[in-house]
Design a protein around this ligand. Sequence first.
Ligand code: MG
Length: 375
Amino acid sequence: MRITRIRRQELRLQLDPAVHAAWDPNPRREFAATIVRVETDAGVAGIGSGDTMVGFGEFEHLFIGQDPLAIARHARTLEGIAFHAGRYWPLETALWDLYGRVCGLPLAMLLGGARDSVPAYASWCEHRCGEQRVEDAHALLQAGFRAVKIRLGRGHLEESLAVVAAVRDAVGERLDLIVDLNQWWRMPGDTEASLDPAAAERLIERLRDHDVLWAEEPLAGADHAGMRRLANRTGMRIAGGEMARTFEELLLALEHDALEVFQPDVVLALGISATRTLADLALRRNRWFTPHTWTNGIGLMANLQVCAGVGGGPYIEFPYDPPAWTASKRDFMLAAPIEVGQDGLLRVPDGPGLGVELDEERVAAQLVADTEARG
Ligand SMILES: [Mg+2]
């Protein structure tokens, strides 16, 4: 089998009202998504999405004409490209989707089939007042969720701590609470320094009073010693690595015992192949693997398939903060949005590969650029 065509479709969805993500100083007025389609001479095709794919045109020739199932070769090629240019993991996702379609099996099964569902935590993105968040938390309980992630908004630290307290008071033990400090990395142009270890420790001490499951990215990513010390001094689980740039970065975090919870996103950070290896190593050291999923429905599903396949958990991230961020906005390019069951579980679909199908009319309606390479 040979790869005959790689197509990249850039989509834009207007967001009205804008989404005020706690980690982004700029309101988000549109939502960009690039879909990668890999086609073959056998008629079978795969799709991926997640990172932008900007600049990939320079490297398409390294894949056209190759056997799509030689995924280790392609993943190593993508690592080489990532060193010199951008991270093009959506291509690898499309190849794994294609591999699953050839085998007629869900990707999770190809990766080990350890479980067929993972409990989802609702991942809130906005900073809102405590009263609103108590109402939002009750809506999550009604919808079946068992856990939620709250952002410690920059410039709103005291209010955010009050939100954590108010939600804990309102829901008792019915929801696990996760708190994200969003300090590991910054958006382009955002040059504010990370929290320093002493400030992060004071915050985490206060979070401890509210029985928080993990504190996410409390320090800049390079500060392994700082994260280890935070965990030792506070007893809190420290999570991170969602946007790590290399496998070695997180392997070092594991060797330095910097994290209790590993979160590489397969369509942004390490790709599926390397994330599986990292997850296996972390799980064997009795650490948690629960990937970041904050892209779109295709990226969410790719991460779910890996998390389920290797037996990660205890939760998987489900980006969801209605009315600003809903499944239908997040998954606008899919024939059906991905939903969490009333039992709080996110299930691996029965279909082969990623198990998602595009809504071709919606893709055409939101299309802003369409490029392709052919062999
Ligand atoms: Mg995070």
